[in-house]
Write a protein that binds this ligand. Structure first.
Ligand SMILES: *Cc1c(COP(=O)(O)O)cnc(C)c1O
Length: 396
């Protein structure tokens, strides 16, 4: 059997390669940070990590992780409800709820699991899920596992959302689901309007704060802080794998009855291993740090404002952003790939995105700003963009 399957896969893989869609891994031999070393020996400035607060290699988090290995060992060898819950897990869940101003939290191995396990235990065929068309793949997969009737609205399109809410009045419960920040454009979901429509049409709201938590809002509490809706949203999901240290881990936080039901019925929680104590302990230290100082958020916001302003002044076509994601629009797929490759030669690591990750004719280079970036890093990136942009005839 395998021979035919092998031929089939080889053909598919060649097609992916020929279409220029192959994803190739670059190999990093240093810790994650503003400056990284590749296995080629090249040192580059990293502008494509989700390391928004620069915590991926933070000494305090490393210290907390090491200490937890001494007190709690390496792994749990169990799911949470059998024998995989330590005092650390309970403490981190409480810290996350405190941070977001929610009632309770449940940890997962990743946000992919949080989203995969949130819909099916809560909603059934009598209910409706109304989802933004640009929501993350894990939300789409989670919705597929649930029997609720599915409705979709165009990205952040409040007219369409209202129509879908009207259409779904015949269902018992309605849940509107949206990313807080959309990862390709960096735009924030209009949560104020979504919340208003949810009240008008009797719906609940779920926000995935993966790209917004730690980043958006003056103190980084995410889009609920930005729109002053702390504690009002029924369900928030998020990751420990982006701004919050970048290791691994996800969570769902929100109304306590919802979290209680997830502990009873959510399949990735019931059937997948508990997070290792070192990751949990570093998470606790991280949320303590968030309370001690707002320096990282302040620096991130300053860096983002500086970079996007300079890039616009130079003449690049920048999507309006309210996050740490800056989409530099090039429109043509090949141009975006070539541009990113040329920037790497100049020591700037960014990623080009084209169809099917973004719509056809909307290719771009995505820049992700971090609190780990110093002004000289930003200036070096701006200089490289300027040089390559002129060479390639994108700016004058
Ligand atoms: C990154 C991301 C996820 C997945 O998070 P992991 O913890 O890496 O599984 C889920 N949703 C959104 C919106 C994301 O950006």
């Amino acid at each position: 059997m395998y021979k035919e399957f092998q031929e089939f896969l080889s053909k598919e893989l060649s097609a992916i390669e020929e279409a220029g869609l192959a994803k190739n891994e670059r190999i990093i031999v240093s810790p994650q940070g503003a400056e990284i070393t590749l296995n080629t020996g090249q040192k580059v400035l990293n502008f494509c990590a989700n390391n928004y607060l620069g915590l991926s290699n933070n000494p305090k988090l490393i210290e907390a992780a090491k200490a937890a290995m001494d007190t709690h060992g390496f792994g749990m060898s169990s799911v949470r409800f059998i024998c995989g819950t330590t005092d650390l897990h309970k403490k981190l869940e409480a810290k996350i709820a405190e941070y977001f101003g929610t009632e309770d939290t449940i940890l997962y191995a990743a946000c992919f699991d949080a989203n995969g396990g949130v819909f099916e235990p809560l909603l059934s065929e009598e209910d409706a899920i109304i989802s933004d068309a640009l929501n993350h793949a894990s939300i789409i997969d989670g919705v597929r596992l649930c029997k609720a009737v599915r409705y979709r609205y165009a990205n952040a399109d409040m007219k369409e959302l209202e129509e879908r809410l009207k259409d779904s009045q015949k269902q018992r419960f309605r849940l509107i689901v949206t990313d807080g920040v959309f990862s390709m454009d960096g735009n924030v979901a209009p949560i104020d309007k979504i919340y208003e429509l949810a009240n008008k049409y009797d719906a609940m709201v779920m926000i995935d704060e993966s790209h917004s938590a730690g980043v958006v809002g003056q103190t980084g509490r995410g889009v609920t802080e930005l729109f002053k809706l702390e504690g009002k949203i029924e369900i928030i999901t998020g990751t420990l794998g982006k701004a919050f240290g970048g290791a691994i881990g996800g969570f769902t936080t929100g109304k306590k009855e919802i979290i209680s039901m997830l502990r009873q019925r959510s399949r990735p929680y019931l059937f997948s291993n508990s997070l290792p104590p070192m990751v949990v302990a570093a998470g606790i230290r991280m949320f303590d740090m968030m309370k001690e100082t707002n320096d990282l958020q302040d620096k991130l916001h300053k860096n983002t404002a500086y970079f996007s302003q300079r890039m616009s002044e130079i003449g690049f076509d920048i999507k309006p952003t309210q996050s740490a994601i800056i989409a530099v629009m090039l429109y043509d797929a090949k141009l975006a790939q070539d541009f990113a490759a040329r920037l790497l030669d100049e020591g700037i690591y960014v990623t080009g995105f084209s169809y099917p990750v973004v719509p056809k004719g909307q290719a771009r280079v995505r820049v992700q700003i971090s609190a780990a970036h110093e002004k000289e890093h930003l200036d070096k990136a701006i200089a490289a963009f300027t040089k390559v942009g002129k060479e390639m005839g994108i700016i004058k």
